[in-house]
Design a protein around this ligand. Sequence first.
Ligand SMILES: *Cc1c(COP(=O)(O)O)cnc(C)c1O
Length: 325
Amino acid sequence: MLEYKPIIQRIISDLFSEKKIEVCVLRLDLIHPQISGNKWFKLKYNLEEAKKQGSDTILTFGGAFSNHIHATATACRMFGFKSIGVIAGEPDYEENPTLSEASAMGMYLHFVTRNDYRRKTEQVFLDELSVKFGNVYFVPEGGNNYLGSLGSSEILNGIGDYDYVFCSCGTGATFSGLAASIKERQHLIGISALKGEGSLVTETQERVNLIRRKYDLKIHGNTELLNAEFLNKSGIINQYHFGGFARHTNELLDFKMNFEEQHHIPLDYVYESKLFYAVNDLIANKKIPSNSKVIVVHGGGIQGNRGYENRYALNPKRNVNDAQG
Ligand SMILES: *Cc1c(COP(=O)(O)O)cnc(C)c1O
């Protein structure tokens, strides 16, 4: 397995100095040249478990630009597993960068209709896939299971002392792992990349409870939906989704471009741009007390930008002034 050495980068801006807030980025996007981001943490114990169960094949699920599919294909290749990706959509998606690279790394792509894809957690559907593919080890979409959260509870290992920990939320697996590992006086704030996530919150709560039982840890993160007005406890904010999952506005695009220019840290469109926008906005609006130390977990995901730019015909280097309207 990979050795994890946290890379922490402080980012400087007039806004942060003016508000007297120290902001650092935990660069999970740099943990390894091929496997980037939080996806590795969600996979590692699943790979170990697959081996324990005597399976040499990982089967998992994802969309056409999925970071999880890309990371699973890469990790399986590195650690000697075969991999199967069940993908929602058409075989001509295979030409997109995410899927063509996954395929080049040896992942077998199995395309299913959107209707079938919705059955991805139903036992009957998994049984059908077992009949078709044999003794496979199932990893749910996004690595969103107990072992995924358990791996994510190691993300903050070896980092210093911070008052606020921020992360992006898709399935919430990463959030629940972080919630199990923060210290009593720290606040964990998740920024949801999706619109409306009542079920995300319930599921996340359950997972946090599971981790607590396993480790007998004190859980300090709670999984309430927070209003961005009040950051005096841990929880998930859903006011920065910019129209929903894999959607954006020009304001978000401008923020992403300016941020990258200023700090030389690449962001993805789906998760991290929204996360860093939120951090900036909350600081600008004095929701974080001065003299706080903030760490933002950068979950990677840069590989997905090529497909995203293609899908929305975006020019990543466009002039800010062209972006109006
Ligand atoms: C998958 C992903 C997330 C969300 O992680 P969850 O554990 O599903 O909440 C955030 N950022 C990036 C870059 C991702 O790829």
